[in-house]
Design a protein around this ligand. Structure first.
Ligand SMILES: [Cu+2]
Length: 131
């Protein structure tokens, strides 16, 4: 089964951003299990990334603990798209560029986040359901 999903991201402003100042939206929040290609487009004005994290049944999006470095734990990460105009992990996606990654996702709930410092706290997370 093939699923297709693209994460569209938009980011705003400066370093000290209030919750909700940045966003990460997914145009297919419910996809089929198996091989999934994620395309992350940064339509914001600063660099971003896209990381896929597992989520338990009882967990809600946006509730991860933010540590001292202003990031969340990436334990169990299934992969990320964080290179400018390239596949997989890198140094971030610059404004106006895209990154992509192909993952095999089992049925379940996932949280797609941007884990650059401060971005999760500012609202860069979204739920992805795989069935
Ligand atoms: Cu970001």
């Amino acid at each position: 089964m093939m699923g297709n999903n693209s994460g569209m991201m938009s980011g705003g402003g400066n370093e000290r951003v209030p919750r909700g100042a940045m966003s990460l939206s997914i145009d297919h929040a419910h996809i089929g299990q198996g091989s999934v290609s994620l395309l992350a487009a940064n339509d914001g004005s600063i660099s971003h990334e896209l990381v896929v994290l597992p989520m338990s049944d009882s967990q809600a999006v946006g509730t991860r603990t933010i540590s001292g470095d202003n990031k969340v734990e990436e334990t169990g990460s299934l992969g990320e798209a964080s290179s400018t105009c390239g596949a997989g992990a890198g140094d971030g996606i610059v404004p106006g560029s895209t990154s992509w990654v192909t993952l095999t996702l089992a049925p379940g709930r996932y949280e797609v986040v941007c884990n650059l410092p401060g971005h999760y706290a500012a609202g860069m997370y979204s739920e992805l359901t795989v069935s």
